[in-house]
Write a protein that binds this ligand. Structure first.
Ligand SMILES: O=C(CO)[C@@H](O)[C@H](O)[C@H](O)[C@H](O)COP(=O)(O)O
Ligand SMILES: [Zn+2]
Length: 197
């Protein structure tokens, strides 16, 4: 078991080293899109399943509260938290529509969907992307593996941040780092401070 634990650390570190080579440009582009969105008075909607639902909530909490810099709250909504809405949509329609119906209600042109899936194949995240596109929103997709069906839905104005790994847990571990990089970029672009490095 000790060996398995050490192997998990090694694998996680290696995935982050690989991601540090592959992802900075797409993370910077996503952060730029988010800054532009927020400066325009728009908001960011986030969704995902399981661990990725936690990531969506982690992201919205950093924006609504704060990341590292003292600054005003920024507008973001995790679509994963309202159990009444989620159960009603899943019960009356289908689980695939739990995010898309919320986006059709709340999404405005210029808003961003942060769509998180390690496989890129979660049906409700795919439907969320379709709903976002129908609302003239742009998409930042956090994926892994081969990008799945999500990769094929993205247009030129969207960005995919695909973690170079086939292991769900390792991909999730990098997704969290990517989310913190996005928050850091947003903070430092919108609220530059002398004492920041
Ligand atoms: O956290 C984990 C696995 O580490 C799980 O809860 C995982 O997020 C769930 O199985 C998700 O349903 C996987 O969905 P996805 O990443 O393929 O979109
Ligand atoms: Zn997990």
């Amino acid at each position: 078991m000790l060996e398995r634990i050490k192997d998990s650390f090694t694998e996680s570190i290696q995935t982050k080293i690989d991601a540090a080579e592959a992802l900075p440009e797409s993370i910077a582009k996503a952060a730029e899109m988010m800054v532009h969105c927020l400066l325009g008075g728009n908001k960011i909607l986030a969704c995902g399943n399981g661990g990725s639902a936690g990531d969506a909530q982690h992201f919205s909490a950093e924006l609504l509260n704060r990341y590292e810099v003292e600054r005003p709250p920024l507008p973001a909504i995790a679509l994963t938290t309202d159990s009444s809405t989620l159960t009603a949509i899943a019960n009356d329609y289908s689980y695939d529509e739990v995010f898309s119906k919320q986006i059709l209600a709340l999404g405005q042109p210029g808003d961003i969907l942060l769509a998180i899936s390690t496989s890129g194949n979660s049906g409700n995240v795919i439907k969320a992307m379709e709903a976002a596109l129908s609302r003239d929103m742009t998409i930042v997709a956090l994926t892994g593996k081969d990008g799945g069906a999500m990769a094929g839905l993205l247009g030129g104005g969207d960005v995919e941040i695909r973690v170079p790994s086939n292991v769900t847990a390792r991909i999730q571990e990098v997704h969290l780092l990517v989310i913190h990089c996005l928050c850091d970029n947003i903070d430092r672009t919108l609220f530059p401070q002398d004492e920041q490095q």
